[in-house]
Design a protein around this ligand. Structure first.
Ligand SMILES: [Zn+2]
Length: 103
């Protein structure tokens, strides 16, 4: 369910804002899922009850501030947007499973 959102939301964003180069845009947005690699540093690797925001190293506030900054330069905009979508979805997930936006 959650994983599905990580594919659908970027598809909607590319579909509505970046239609001209949707293939590349979608690829870039999807590639932001790589930040979930930091989950590998945690044990257990996947825990649906765990809130990733504030827990995993790449899901804490300093990196999130950097992702936000990436939304502004044209070159990194898509990556920044993708990462912000990712964090937003993870945060919604936390709210859904734990009743908090971050830990
Ligand atoms: Zn994540």
């Amino acid at each position: 369910m959650h994983l599905l959102l990580h594919f659908i939301v970027p598809a909607m964003v590319t579909g509505s804002f970046f239609r001209k180069e949707w293939r590349l845009s979608y690829l870039l947005l999807i590639s932001t899922m790589l930040v979930d690699l930091d989950h590998l540093a945690a044990s257990p690797i996947y825990d649906s009850q765990r809130c990733s925001i504030g827990f995993h190293p790449l899901h804490t506030f300093v990196p999130i501030a950097i992702y936000f900054a990436l939304c502004f330069p044209k070159k990194t905009r898509l990556i920044g947007i993708g990462l912000m979508i990712h964090m937003a979805l993870d945060s919604i997930d936390c709210q859904y499973t734990n009743g908090v936006w971050f830990v």
